[in-house]
Design a protein around this ligand. Structure first.
Ligand code: FES
Ligand SMILES: [Fe+2]
Length: 415
């Protein structure tokens, strides 16, 4: 058993330490490449008080500019859009998309200005799996080194070809780490998602740490051993469909079509497990030839990319949680639910991000169950008696691992 101090989740001092030492020094996902698809497209990524303009240059490169005018500091752009150049709204200085200054109003009045000082300052940018990563500091490992414990396992999925299916964000009233932890173990299925026991085998889940990152594999389309067998194949499908609609990997129409297909297949004597395997392989087998029927099509694989992206991956489908602090408040975070899908040669419509502030918004049964815990966990950790968690050695190893690796950012830059 491992114990993790609750102060890591509730104390303002700890949130300040993360803001000072972790976030400026760690590689983190800013957006998908498709969000800056064309030259001039920009996307503003915000983490704490930092604002980075992720920008596609005319040569197709992606750069990240600190969003601050070298003249008197004004932010050059907000949100996202397409520009032919950056023009400061205050005194109209201008920069090319490559960050070179093109114009200083009344330049003769500025003695000692040189072109190098006038370049837009850049942060580090890395691309992997269709994601654009940024790192604000210059030190530390390259993105390649940072992802090396995990990248090889994910290569066969061809993540760089996936497109955004749905990207929903909201403010969650809990610490950013709490939201991620809720997706890093199958231990909570019994308490939080009992209906899931029909379609995933929580008992058979395996866990692994991969440097700062981590992994969990849970047999899917098969019932939990805890139910003692004798589970109807239709119940398995119903439970899986609930999960898919909840994360917008299937809409209601898609769900109905899929359910009908599944029921027909079951009538022909297939098990839900065989059916999901053959259905998945028929669609993705040729595109992702290195993925095998077992385990890839019948296990829910779940990875954490340190520090703040946790995602389930099945061939052709990703459902992930991306969470980061909401300013310096330890009790809230920016929580995003990300679904990606391989287009399989189809021309998928471009999906835009949505920020959801309606408290009555329907997140679907599975996410609603997880959400219902968030605030209670945070409030519970604030109680006078509450000091530290008690983590299961195996099934909860991933929570301990994140905290261990956050600490390394307080010692030195992780290598
Ligand atoms: S602050 Fe940007 S041009 Fe003056
Ligand atoms: Fe959950």
């Amino acid at each position: 058993m491992e114990r993790v101090e609750f102060s890591r989740y509730v104390s303002p001092e700890y949130a300040r330490m993360e803001a000072e030492h972790l976030w400026p020094n760690v590689w983190q996902i800013a957006c998908r490449e498709e969000e800056v698809e064309n030259p001039g497209d920009y996307f503003e990524y915000q983490i704490l008080e930092h604002s980075i303009l992720v920008t596609r240059t005319p040569s197709g490169e992606i750069k990240g500019y600190f969003n601050s005018c070298p003249h008197r500091g004004t932010q050059l752009a907000k949100g996202c859009g397409n520009l032919t150049q950056f023009t400061c709204p205050f005194h109209a200085w201008r920069w090319s998309l490559d960050g070179e200054n093109r114009y200083v109003h009344d330049r003769a009045d500025f003695v000692g200005l040189n072109d190098e000082d006038l370049r837009l300052p850049e942060c580090q940018v890395g691309r992997w799996g269709g994601f654009v990563f940024v790192k604000l500091s210059d030190e530390g490992p390259s993105l390649e080194e940072f992802l090396s414990p995990i990248a090889g396992r994910l290569a066969p999925y061809k993540l760089d070809e996936y497109r955004i299916q749905s990207w929903r964000g909201t403010i969650a009233k809990t610490n950013w780490k709490i939201t991620l932890e809720a997706f890093e173990e199958s231990y909570h299925v019994v308490g939080t998602h009992p209906q899931f026991l029909y379609s995933i085998d929580d008992v058979g889940a395996s866990y692994e740490v991969l440097g700062p990152h981590s992994f969990m594999g849970t047999p899917s389309a098969a019932p939990s051993e805890r139910l003692g067998g004798d589970v109807d194949q239709e119940e398995i499908i119903e439970s899986l469909m609930d999960a898919m609609t909840s994360v917008e990997l299937a809409d209601e129409a898609g769900r109905e079509a899929l359910e009908k297909f599944c029921k027909d297949a079951l009538a022909s004597g297939m098990s839900a497990r065989e059916m999901f395997k053959s259905m998945g392989m028929a669609r993705y087998g040729k595109i992702m030839p290195d993925l095998k029927g077992e385990p890839h099509y019948v296990e829910n694989w779940n990875f954490t990319i340190f520090p703040n992206f946790v995602f389930n991956i099945n061939p052709g489908m990703v459902f992930g949680i991306l969470a980061r602090p909401n300013g310096l408040d330890p009790d809230s975070c920016i929580f995003e639910v990300v679904s990606l899908q391989h287009p399989c040669g189809e021309d998928l419509p471009k999906a835009a991000r949505r920020m959801i502030d309606d408290h009555n918004y329907d997140w679907g049964v599975v996410l609603a169950q997880d959400f219902s815990n968030f605030e209670r966990i945070q409030q519970g950790m604030h109680q006078r008696s509450a000091k530290a968690s008690r983590l299961a050695s195996y099934q909860e190893m991933r929570m301990a691992n994140r905290n261990t690796h956050i600490d390394k950012y307080y010692e030195t830059i992780e290598r």
